[in-house]
Design a protein around this ligand. Structure first.
Ligand code: KIV
Length: 265
């Protein structure tokens, strides 16, 4: 899927099913999600929490995102790869935002995602000016954790919901090709989706969006004990990995490993 095809999903009303976006941060997860046939791969800054063990996403840097975007891109997935712009990579002036977006494109992304609404329009425009497609991200934006007073659902009050609609319209009019709607009441996400001409991807935002996005580690059971309620788990890879390593340890301790066929003569 390319940026124009993704952006055109709203226009082609005949599309039978919602778009699917999932995170990947390294070659094994990229191979798995690409082979599963998702539409878009997101190298999310959730990397900080699900892979690097931090409590929030504020700890990943451009260096981290470039390294993990390259790892995903080296598997050459046919899908569009979107790289997240980490905290402070686009807050400190439009030219810095554009330079950092270019680094992610050179690492192999086909587009970047950045969090925020009206306050970030200048950064969005600067990145778009360098011909880099931008995906917006509104609602519970984890990089604003401290301003929001925690990971809290946004837009519950009518005034806050109205701002989300206005911000989505502004992002779409500025040229964002899609917008992630995270952590907001389903009726607000529905209203936002109706108000914009570009596709919306929901996460904890109900089922009226044009697509859904989830974190790979949450889907496969590697997300740890803090998985949010909207993260439906389809496998328990942590339990499988624990069992596999425990079986191998038992084989080593009982001298059943290595066997003759696993040994060079
Ligand atoms: O970083 C991430 O994984 C994200 C998704 C939750 C949308 O931004």
């Amino acid at each position: 899927m390319t940026v124009p095809t993704a952006a055109g999903v709203r226009a082609s009303k005949g599309r039978p099913e919602p778009l699917v976006m999932v995170t990947a941060y390294d070659a094994p997860s990229a191979r798995a999600v690409a082979a599963a046939g998702v539409d878009v791969i997101l190298v999310g800054d959730s990397l900080a929490m699900v892979v690097l063990g931090y409590d929030d996403t504020l700890h990943v840097t451009m260096r981290d995102l470039v390294r993990h975007t390259s790892a995903v891109a080296r598997t050459a997935p046919p899908q569009l790869v979107v790289a997240d712009m980490p905290w402070t990579s686009f807050h400190l002036g439009p030219s810095k935002a554009a330079r950092n977006a270019a680094k992610l494109i050179r690492a192999g992304a086909g587009a970047v995602k950045l969090e925020g609404g009206l306050k970030r329009l200048e950064a969005v425009r600067a990145v778009l000016d360098t011909e880099v497609p931008v995906m917006g991200h509104l609602g519970l934006t984890p990089q604003s954790l401290h301003m929001m007073g925690g990971f809290r659902v946004q837009g519950r009050e009518p005034a806050a919901a109205k701002v989300l609609v206005e911000e989505a319209i502004a992002l779409a009019e500025a040229g964002c090709f899609a917008i992630v709607l995270e952590g907001m009441p389903a009726r607000v996400a529905e209203e936002v989706t109706r108000a914009v001409t570009v596709p919306t991807f929901g996460i904890g935002a109900g089922n009226s969006c044009d697509g859904q996005v989830l974190v790979f580690h949450d889907i496969v059971g590697l997300g740890g004990p803090r998985a949010p309620r909207f993260a439906r788990q389809y496998a328990d890879l942590e339990a499988l990995a624990r069992q596999a390593v425990s079986d191998w340890s038992a084989d080593v301790r009982s001298r059943r490993f290595p066997s003759a066929s696993e040994t060079y003569s």
